[in-house]
Design a protein around this ligand. Sequence first.
Ligand code: PHE
Length: 474
Amino acid sequence: MSQPRDHWSSNTGLVLAATGSAIGLGNLWKFPFITWENNGGAFVLVYLICIAAVGLPIMMAELLIGRRSQKSAVGALKDAVASKWPAGRKLGALAGGWGVLAGFILLSYYTVIAGWSLYYFTKSLSWTFGGYPVGMLPGDLFNGQALNTGLQLLLSLGFSLGTIAVVYFGVSKGIEKIARIFLPILFGILLLMLVSALGMSGSAEALGFIFRPNFSELGMEGILEALGHSFFTLSLGMGAMITYGSYISRKHSVVKASGAIVALDTIIALVATVIMFSVIFSVAGMREEISGSTVGMLFISLPELFYTEVPFGVVLGPLFYVLVALAALTSTISLLEVVSAYLIDERGLTRHKATIGAGAAIFVFTTFAVLSIPGLLGVSAEGLLSTMEIFDGKIGWFATADHFVSNWMLPTGGFFITLAAGWFMTREATKSELMDGTEPRWFKYGAWRFFIRWVAPIAVAAIIVFVIRGVDFS
Ligand code: PHE
């Protein structure tokens, strides 16, 4: 049972794997959409503040809690609480278990959306070689595939199997290896798309929309949404980063890695948004179409635009959906790793058994998510599913699950993590983890401690209070 623990082979390996977890549908799909809904500029600025003031300190906290105990979420949080309060181990275990459950639920529906990217990849390949069908209604195409339960099951099964296959091979030989190959490809594709998008006529307007703050356009709900999204996008609040932190060896810096992961995730979210809005603002009538029916940008508006408007779109179209699939896969593997690592560390299962068992159990719930799609489609006014309504609506396993995870599980989990790192662990313990001689010069331990003890928990408690009072910011 007690084999030596697998570790990231280098700091770069850790950064790529954790950045892979962070960059996902949250960056490419959810962020552009909520930026749109909240009228750009001011929302983006508040989001950036949340990332720096709450996201970054919690990222460091999660990685340090994991690195210190060399155990996954449950064991690590037990150890963290027990460092000052030995009788509190149970509470730590409970919080870790809460995270494992969040990973389980999140993965069950994330896979379905990830599956759509596979569909659009094959579709766009066929358009590239066979020509884009004139007169096709993009919404109908989307609905057609989403309503085809057999196809949906096949796509999400494919995605689940891919995820299981990577996690099966473990940390350095599976997760890190895939991240090392996929992330550079992902950055390359995004850069190509950015260059193409900046050349379009709407790019200046897009940049203005995203970066020029106008606070009269932002309400309290938008602020809370920005805070909630900073957890989701950085994979925080559920032990994913604790688990990845538990594979960091003593030689590697938590602080430097956290800075890099947070910076990369944020840059990619902004770049994706610039790309999408440049395209949208370049096309007459697109703006109304999007605000009017909140048609999903990623799977309904964009496919057509690639073939009608975007320079080099025939090449960039398929590449874009590969990008979405790769980004989603490096996130789903981190979700499955949270559940598997728990079974391995706490339940003594072998990695092979844990991965296959957890993967299969989660797929059962993926099936529920797939089966709930027709119900979702049935309710929308135009008979057309806004892909965004899945994150917005209140029906189906999909919507219920996302609502519960984003609004309740991640913020409460994150709140507990701030307490564990800021209040339960001793100053000496956190200081020795962060100030280990490898930390960069910009880092001030006292500042981190202030943020993790005060700023982050108060901000997160504010979200929770607002959620209790009924504000939905998913
Ligand atoms: N960060 C991922 C995204 O932005 C989602 C995720 C959340 C992954 C929590 C792992 C853990 O899509």
